[in-house]
Design a protein around this ligand. Sequence first.
Ligand code: COA
Length: 161
Amino acid sequence: MPATAIYPGTFDPITLGHQDIIRRARNLFAEVLVAVATSQHKTTLFNVEERVALAQQVLAGQSNVAVCRFDCLVVELARRRRAHVIVRGLRAVLDFDYEFQMAIMNQRLNTDVETVFLTPSERYCSLSSSLIKEIAALSGDISSFVHDRVNEALRAKLGKA
Ligand code: COA
C-alpha cells in the first residue's frame, strides 16, 4: 500500500466536498497529506495561514491525516515527502480537461508520481469554494456545504457574523 498520498489544492476554504475526498483517500492510503497551496494564480479570500488552520480544525482527530502548506511544485513536495501519489477530486466532466492537463504535466515533471482521481458523493458534485463564498456573501445558508467552523470563519470574514 503506498504510504503517503498528497491531496493538493487551494482550499479557500475547505468544503465538505474536499472532506469527502479526504475520507475516501484515508481508506486507500496509510497517510493523507492535505497540501494547501500558497496560490500564485488565485486571489484568495483567506490567507494561507487561515486556510491551513481551517483545514486543521475540521480534520482534527483524524489519525492518518496531516495538513501542510506549500509554495513549490506539487511534484517537488512529493519528492520531499517521499510520496508517490497525488489525489485529486473529479466532480464532473467539466473538471476533466484541467485535471488531465495537470496530471500529464506532473507525470512529465516526475515519472515516479501518479495522480489518482476520486469522485465525491453525488451531493457534493456541484460544490465549489467560489460558489460557497458567493452564497455566504449574499447571506445564503451554506451549512450543508461546509463544516460549522468554516461557516463561522466565512461569516466573520464577510462581516455576516
Ligand atoms: N469538493 C468541492 N469543491 C471542490 C472539490 C471537491 N471535492 N474538488 C475541487 N473543488 C473545487 C474547489 O473548491 C475549487 O473551486 P473554486 O475554483 O471555485 O474556488 C476548484 O474546485 C479547484 O480547486 P482546488 O481543488 O483547490 O484546486 P486548485 O485548482 O485551486 O489547485 C493546485 C491547483 C494547487 C493543485 C495546483 O495549482 C498545483 O499543484 N499548484 C502547485 C504548483 C504546481 O505544481 N504547478 C504545476 C501543476 S501541473
